[in-house]
Design a protein around this ligand. Structure first.
Ligand code: HSE
Length: 350
């Protein structure tokens, strides 16, 4: 049996949900997965920070209110975010990085990941910024230090499309993909079909924990652009930067165009796609498309995401599942930790 000591960087919805999942499931994980999680540190720009190498009381931690400086109420806690100390001095084996995504340069999350990897600590992240802008550098840093850099939750939250494509579809030759990769915008489009206004639907998506801190990234397609870059680079061997991907969001769609689509048996969807040409050039884009009901993506509503992989051997393979949400995204962190655990076991067997 193993225990992983985890430092949580960012304590918004996602890492709070991970702590809650650990509080509820540690005995089952110990039995079924062979490990449990001990939370040894938390740092959050708004809430402050706390370190406990012996492990924090998870019920107490999960009960802290979302108020400025609230981590000072936990024994040993501070109202200040001592992020560097939490990463390097908590005794963590794994840093779970779930701070906000910065769509411009991926900071400061990238620095947090780098600090952890340099200190020989594995990183699991749901943050699109570090992966879209710096995955090759972070991956090679992890390899140099003999630790892992995992990021399944950066695309489609808990629905494991990156691992599925890299492992199970590895021999199928993925030529491209098209997908609904943003829960908020899909939720907004579904809401408008049901008669909600654009603003009402965005507000509801924020309340449900789907939207980014600034929902502009969701509705203008910038969030999908990062996910398209991640998928194209990881699965198609591209070296794209976000600026290489043409991007248009859903803010130009009127209620009239949405109603017209319904009458014509079609639905507007924000589609992120990439294709590799026979000479190996990858082109990618993000745009709203009118999808006929016959397309597998058309039936995907609310915050659900879906992706169709275009493969040479199998034709289209479509996967649908949660694409946003606190627990759904926290599950991806657990999936990354399971992967780290299995690699560790495989290494020990060798
Ligand atoms: N804001 C994102 C979405 C969260 O709505 O899909 C998951 O990346």
């Amino acid at each position: 049996m193993s225990e992983y000591k985890v430092a949580l960087i960012g304590f918004g919805g996602v890492n709070r949900a991970l702590a809650q999942l650990a509080a509820e499931n540690n005995p089952r994980w110990r039995r079924d997965l062979g490990f449990e999680l001990r939370i040894v540190g938390v740092s959050d720009l708004y809430l402050g920070s706390v370190i406990s190498q012996a492990g924090l009381n998870l019920d107490e931690l999960c009960a802290i209110p979302a108020e400025s400086g609230a981590l000072a109420r936990v024994p040993g806690g501070s109202s200040k975010p001592f992020t560097e100390e939490v990463i390097t001095q908590s005794g963590a084996d794994i840093v779970a990085e779930a701070t906000f995504t910065n769509p411009v340069d991926g900071q400061p999350a990238t620095s947090y990941c780098e600090l952890a990897l340099n200190a020989g600590i594995s990183v699991v992240t749901t943050n699109k910024g570090p992966v879209a802008f710096h995955a090759p550098r972070l991956r090679s840093r992890a390899a140099e230090r003999g630790v892992e850099f995992e990021f399944e939750g950066a695309v489609m939250s808990g629905t494991p499309v990156i691992r599925l494509a890299k492992e199970a579809l590895a021999g199928a030759e993925i030529l491209g993909f098209e997908g609904i990769l943003n829960g908020t915008s899909n939720f907004v489009l579904s809401g408008m079909e049901m008669g909600l206004s654009f603003d009402e639907a965005v507000k509801k998506a924020q309340q449900l924990g789907y939207a980014e801190a600034d929902p502009t990234a969701d509705v203008e397609g910038h969030d999908v652009r990062l996910k398209v870059v991640i998928l194209a680079n990881e699965l198609l061997g591209a070296s794209l930067r976000p600026a290489d991907v043409a991007c248009k969001g859903i803010t130009g769609l009127t209620q009239q165009s949405i109603d017209d689509a319904t009458v014509n048996n079609a639905r507007w969807k924000l589609i992120g796609s990439a294709m590799k040409s026979p000479d190996g050039v990858v082109t990618a884009k993000v745009e709203p498309l009118l999808v006929p009901q016959s397309n597998a993506l058309a039936s995907v509503g609310d915050a659900v995401n879906a992706i169709t992989f275009k493969t040479r051997m199998l034709g289209d393979v479509t996967v649908r599942g949660p694409g946003a949400g606190r627990v759904e995204t926290a599950y991806a962190l657990l999936a990354d930790i399971i992967s780290i655990h299995r690699k560790k076991l495989a290494g020990e067997q060798k």
